[in-house]
Ligand binder design. Structure first.
Ligand SMILES: C[S@@+](CC[C@H](N)C(=O)[O-])C[C@H]1O[C@@H](n2cnc3c(N)ncnc32)[C@H](O)[C@@H]1O
Length: 396
């Protein structure tokens, strides 16, 4: 085992799941287990084409189109910057002359938007290899190696062309083999986190950018996670693209910390497909094992139960604290309905269509537990939680 970050986590090799992160001491609900800046960041091509997201910090342009003070790089006509600071910092980091040239060629290419996003990842990875070999080694150390497929072929051809152009204009840079590009693409698929914008009116989430984090990439998946991730990409100041991992509940010393790689309310079929196709494994977690034994009626019933539990009132915000006894009684009431009912009642965001996970705010002595949603950002007090359960009890 080796220390991962600070004193909260240790890296361990775990049976049938490679490396993972375990608690290096007992952890309290809501504690921040990890806060980490990205190793690599790249924009989603569809979002980038709107020219309303900063190439360097990924903040959105809040002003109506054409009225803001944002600038676009006159050379590649692709990278948009929200401020002089971002434009200046990026010229020696995320938007070097190499990246600028590569983006110019990407703009003229015929790659579809999905391939353009992947090309942006390879450009950022190549830039990282040139600027910071140490950080690039961290990327190479991440899980993932893959077959050479059509996508890898197309993207390898594009990247080789970029490197050839660049060599003609400036210096000699190493080329990358087709197998190397294919393996980097799998590392991205298995380790990148999407930084999303949530539209509360339509409940849609649109990925704005993708980020890879050196330590957070070691969290394994569980369909009943004990931690979840937050990001605050539009928050002012530095560190807006940091990943923050918070404990959902108390975690004992030595237990593995797992997150869910997708919204926790996905069905068994959706979860298994995603994990098999994109992450290369069959999930054997407790929840999957229970749900694999279900009949079609059980599945329909569970869907209804989750939606009933989520159909909550938004009224009232009395400032009284629930006692531990009240919370325990409520938990017992729910246990009987279906396995893991309590997990959804506690941790699935009650706001319709959101699908986010609620985690307690970091512990603050003497204060009631307040849960925060990692998607819509809304808060829920313990009293609201008890009221939801009471409404459910009355209606069932
Ligand atoms: C983000 S990485 C997590 C760290 C990885 N275990 C490692 O050794 O670097 C994702 C990969 O870990 C493995 N993994 C994650 N959760 C797993 C689980 N519950 N069971 C088996 N393998 C898992 C899969 O290979 C997956 O593609």
């Amino acid at each position: 085992m080796s220390e991962a970050s600070g004193s909260m986590l240790k890296q361990a090799t775990l049976s049938a799941r490679g490396r993972g992160l375990v608690a290096s001491h007992a952890i309290k609900a809501g504690e921040i287990l990890l806060q980490e800046p990205h190793l690599l960041l790249y924009l989603d091509a569809a979002f980038a084409s709107l020219n309303a997201v900063c190439f360097h910090c990924t903040r959105l342009d809040p002003s109506p189109k054409g009225t803001g003070s944002w600038t676009i790089c006159p050379v590649c006509q692709t990278a948009t910057f929200c401020s002089l600071d971002c434009a200046t910092s990026s010229s020696s980091s995320t938007h070097t002359s190499f990246v600028c040239k590569a983006l110019s060629l990407l703009r003229l290419s015929t790659l579809d938007l999905d391939l353009q996003t992947q090309a942006r990842y390879l450009i950022a990875a190549y830039n990282l290899a040139v600027l910071s070999p140490h950080d690039f080694q961290q990327l190479l150390a991440l899980e993932g190696d893959g077959p050479v497929d059509e996508k890898a072929n197309v993207l390898h051809t594009f990247l080789s062309e970029v490197i050839r152009h660049w060599q003609v204009e400036t210096q000699r840079l190493p080329s990358w083999s087709l197998h190397f590009v294919a393996s980097l693409l799998v590392k991205d698929q298995r380790n990148a986190f999407g930084l999303s914008t949530y539209f509360s009116d339509t409940h849609l989430r649109q990925v704005r950018a993708y980020a890879i984090y050196a330590q957070a990439s070691f969290f394994n998946h569980d369909c009943l996670p004990n931690a979840c991730r937050f990001d605050y990409i539009d928050r002012p100041g530095v560190g807006s693209t940091d990943i923050i991992i918070r404990a959902l509940h108390d975690i004992p010393d030595g237990a593995e910390i797992c997150i869910s790689y997708f919204p926790i309310n996905w069905s068994l079929t959706e979860r298994q497909k995603k994990l098999r196709d994109e992450y290369g494994f069959i999930c054997k977690c407790e929840r999957c094992q229970v749900e694999e034994g279900w009949s079609d009626e059980d599945i329909a019933e569970q869907g209804e139960e989750i939606s009933v539990e989520r159909d909550t009132s938004e009224e009232g915000d009395e400032d009284m604290e629930a006692t531990d006894e009240e919370v325990m009684d409520a938990e017992e009431d729910l246990q009987g309905s279906f396995p893991h009912a309590m997990f959804f009642a506690k941790y699935l965001c009650p706001h319709e269509g959101c699908g986010g996970t609620l985690a307690p705010l970091p512990p603050n002595q003497g204060r009631a537990v307040i849960m925060e949603c990692n998607v819509c950002g809304q808060l829920r007090s313990e009293e609201e939680f008890l009221r939801e359960i009471e409404e459910y009890r009355v209606s069932s």
